[in-house]
Design a protein. Structure first.
Length: 560
């Protein structure tokens, strides 16, 4: 059983964000830091790990140690999807700019030449082979040797890009001993260095990667297991392919699987996807560490972009990577029958070796947070934690938020509620620790007050995130207009911000004027719904959101 006690650490994006009603008109509200639910099994011996601050300017510090006022309550907190770099040392900043001029061009040339060499080996090795041939049998003879040379050339890409040192720990298992390598934590595009550091294993990749110029042919030569996202049976087919290779008597290379399924900042291991564990065969856990002065390559949901990370990485004199092979993990009969149990136990072994906690966050949570950010929901990085807290307060299944929406425009000081008023409005016991947790999540600037509008938008999103967007917008009407029959242009523009990225300002304004044919200065929501339902360009408003449906939280509610 895990505990859902999270403390947040400030993101630099939080500072300009507003927690009052006006914050919903400000895009900066969408830059809230995220928290994870740390495993109670690790709570006694795990450290509260600071979140890396990432900022690309001349005034940066390596790590942030600031905590919010909730720290005194003793909760632990981790932000697995937030990464910040700050370098405030003027010498380091000067070094980056000097090496940008003197060293970066040389490294780029070295990377390009190495990549072309790898492509040439792959081109020769694939001559006369079809995709079906690559999936049918493992490579042998001279093709296998060229595959090794391709990996060596790709290793030179990393060497040229500043990764001169790779420290290997432990003993790599043979494909017969462990057909699958389970790798974690997954934090960067650099993690693929594992694939080119020894005898090249196979990977699991999206089918579209085969069409990437240069890299596509190199990836094909690794005989990957491709995932067809447009195929509704893709998941089952991928698992079947992994099982077939794992149990085959042919000399297939090992299959590398990044079990987390998405990039994190390495402060915790999020839930492992179960694909690597369905075959029920022994796996070898592999740990990745980057013991460098600055972490310039962690690529997360909320953090610097890939080009900026590449620039900062390639303007260091060198970077180190450490790969540790843990002993082969042989599943018990119970684990062979339950892939989720198998995955959780392997994750715990890896977390213990890394000395980090586990987290209840998963790849699916990234989908939810991304959707929240797209729909301009306040605190998108916190929305999963807000949902769980609402669940613990029994508010997810109540109609209290809809009742408050009806009263919203008549309430005084609705955008500056203290904890007592907030508890009264929600009809929740003031002593309930989960109420205080929810208040702290919404009071991200430590003002001692929260915005009722922000709470209601978050609450309705959590309830309706799998519904049609039009349903969500209809639920929000009373927050922006006294009547659904007379929505002014300004309020219509504000409401449509929650319609997703396709409802940009220009399109929304054009839509309003198309609806307001009589030039009244207002429109009705029903007219908007009737009009958009017939227009192909607005079909996205009537599609079910592509979220992976979340089940009821199994985490333990916060207690005193």
């Amino acid at each position: 059983m895990t505990t859902s006690s999270i403390k947040r650490r400030r993101s630099p994006h939080d500072a300009p964000a507003s927690n009052d009603g006006e914050g919903l008109e400000n895009d900066n509200d969408n830059n809230s830091s995220s928290r994870s639910r740390t495993s109670s099994s690790n709570s006694n011996n795990s450290r509260a790990l600071p979140t890396n601050r990432v900022s690309i300017n001349s005034n940066m510090s390596k790590r942030d140690s600031e905590e919010d006022s909730w720290a005194s309550k003793g909760y632990s907190y981790i932000n697995p999807f937030v990464h910040r770099i700050q370098i405030d040392n003027h010498i380091e900043v000067a070094k980056i700019y000097v090496l940008t001029v003197l060293l970066l061009p040389i490294r780029v040339v070295g990377c390009v030449l190495s990549l072309l060499s790898a492509w040439m080996f792959a081109y020769i090795g694939l001559y006369g082979m079809s995709m079906e041939d690559l999936q049918a049998k493992p490579l042998t003879g001279w093709r296998r040797y060229l595959q090794y040379l391709t990996a060596r050339a790709m290793r030179m890409v990393y060497t040229s890009g500043s990764f001169h040192y790779i420290k290997m720990k432990g003993t790599p298992a043979t494909p017969k001993e462990a057909p699958i390598l389970v790798v974690a934590p997954h934090s960067s595009y650099v993690d693929s260095i594992l694939v080119v550091s020894g005898h090249p294993p196979s990977i699991v990749a999206k089918r579209e990667t085969a069409d990437i110029p240069l890299l596509g042919r190199i990836i094909n030569y690794a005989q990957p297991i491709y995932v067809q996202r447009e195929d509704p049976n893709s998941r089952q087919n991928t698992i079947r392919n992994i099982v077939d290779r794992a149990r085959s008597t042919d000399n297939w290379p090992q299959v590398v699987i990044f079990a987390e399924g998405t990039c994190t900042n390495r402060t915790a291991l999020i839930k492992f996807k179960s694909g690597a564990f369905y075959p029920g065969v022994p796996v070898q856990p592999v740990l990745l560490r980057y013991p460098n002065k600055f972490d310039t390559f962690t690529w997360t949901w909320d953090g610097p972009g890939v080009l900026r990370l590449l620039w900062l990485t390639m303007t260091q004199f060198y970077n180190r990577c450490e790969i540790e092979y843990l002993p082969v993990y042989t599943p018990s009969p119970a684990e062979m029958a339950d892939p989720n149990l198998y995955a959780n136990n392997v994750r715990q072994v890896m977390a213990n070796a890394l000395e980090v906690p586990t987290s209840d966050y998963s790849f699916e949570d990234v989908i939810v947070m991304s959707r929240a950010r797209e729909m301009k929901i306040p605190f998108p990085g916190d929305i999963v934690e807000i949902e769980h807290t609402l669940d613990f307060l029994d508010l997810l299944d109540s109609k209290r938020d809809m009742e408050l929406c009806d009263k919203y425009l008549t309430l005084a000081n609705a955008e500056k509620l203290d904890i007592i008023t907030f508890a009264e409005l929600l009809q929740v016991d003031l002593k309930n620790p989960n109420l205080h947790k929810l208040f702290a999540l919404l009071d991200h600037r430590n003002k001692g007050t929260v915005s009722l509008k922000s709470f209601l938008v978050c609450s309705l999103f959590c309830k309706l995130k799998n519904s049609e967007i039009i349903t969500f917008l209809r639920a929000l009407i009373k927050l922006y207009s006294e009547s659904s029959e007379q929505i002014s242009r300004e309020n219509f523009m504000r409401l449509m911000r929650h319609g997703g990225s396709k409802m940009n300002e220009k399109k929304t304004q054009a839509l309003f004027y198309a609806l307001d044919t009589a030039n009244l200065g207002y429109v009705s929501f029903d007219k908007f719904a009737q009009y958009t339902e017939k227009q192909p360009s607005y079909k996205f408003l009537y599609h079910k959101s592509e979220h992976i449906r979340r089940t009821k939280s199994k985490a333990t509610p916060t207690t005193n």
